[in-house]
Design a protein around this ligand. Sequence first.
Ligand code: CMX
Length: 437
Amino acid sequence: MDHVKQKLIEVGRPKAELLKRLIREKGDAVIQNVTLEQVISGMKGMVALLTDTSKLDPAEGIRFRGYSIPELREKLPKLHEGGEPLPEGLFYLMLVGEIPSETDVDFISKEWSRRAQGIPQHAFDVINALPKSAHPMIQFNTAILAMSTQSHFRKAYMDGMDKKDYWDPMYEGVMDLISRLPVIAAYIYRRVYHDEKYISPDPNLDWAGNLAHMMGFESEEVKRLMRLYMVLHADHEGGNVSAHATHLVGTALSNPYYSFSAGMNGLAGPLHGMANQEVMHWLQRLIKDIGTETPTEEQIREYTLNTLEQGRVIPGYGHAVLRKTDPRFTEQLNFANKYIPDAPLIQLVRKIYEVVPGILEATGKVKNPYPNVDAISGSLLYSYGIKEFGIYTMLFGVSRALGVLTSLIWDRMYGLPLERPTSHTLDWFIEKTDFVE
Ligand code: CMX
């Protein structure tokens, strides 16, 4: 058994016992009252899930196992002095709750590199069967489902495995799946945008560096950007659409491929991960309509108001939980300010940041007028030469696997049951609230 798995057992078994005791002794404790508005407005703020990997504070932003993003950038192992942390280290942290050593990170890098070689040929065949014009998220998700023929979990279930051991084949499947996503994503990228000129993985590279390499970007700068991107998008507690969908489907004991695929279908929505592509369309139209890459604040104001008047949202702004600027936006802006301060799109992003929050605030209804992670991520990728917007959500998906699949292992470690909330008709809500029509 590998040492990461061994560590997971040491940490996981006592916690699973603790949870059982907690339910036994405190199962009838009331933890929250729920209002009608909460139910109907997307269950915002309703406590409904157990997720250990990360926690989102509305005012402070995300913490991964208690560590803020600046703390992660300081403490997680890096390949180079002053470089970005390796996503492998964040995965370890989310999985076992401790900052990994360089040896741990090196082990995961090598393990993922080894497992990535096992992608079945039919995963590539199903991608090739789709038209190149199919959105990369369609191709990505189709390949994810196709790879589920190799599910350890399904096999172990059919073999009659004891349910307290479900986490084990889940771990194996998750390690396989995460290892293979960069290969699949790079394959789709090269297929759609680079005449099917594929680049083989380099077993000596780290997970994110290898993704950049297989996409055709050899510079250390792009690899550094890819490490940052993969760390920043990895997890955002349990209630966001991609995490919640992955978890929900997993509670039916669906294998990690089915579960993650559900999450990726959610990520492909424009209010969630696809917002990074929407932002680029919005910026592109803004530049075209105004006729310059350097519009004035007044021109941005007018353009923004015009978008709102058409009943559309300003992509990259707002959040269901956060009530301040997303620290993932700030980290990316800091990165851009350090390495590419004069890039035209970065200058535009900065200017928009000065104008849009005031306008959204003035509507009186937008609860968070500030930018989220998607307001800058595409501009950053674009400025480094990754200009094909269509793959931005897929890159988000590769990263999001780290968090949601780690949670899936923990769901089985905890033995969480089938999720099955109750629904009611409109008449029921009317009656329940003594509403007079
Ligand atoms: N532009 C215009 N209107 C916005 C807005 C924005 N950026 N953000 C919120 N609003 C509107 C909502 O549409 C809603 O309007 P109605 O009452 O007319 O329906 C109102 O303000 C209240 O919404 P809210 O409570 O502030 O926001 P929600 O929790 O309902 O939605 C989110 C959150 C992210 C879907 C929303 O802010 C949005 O649509 N933003 C733009 C899309 C985006 O950037 N999504 C990416 C989020 C991060 C991620 O998951 O990747």
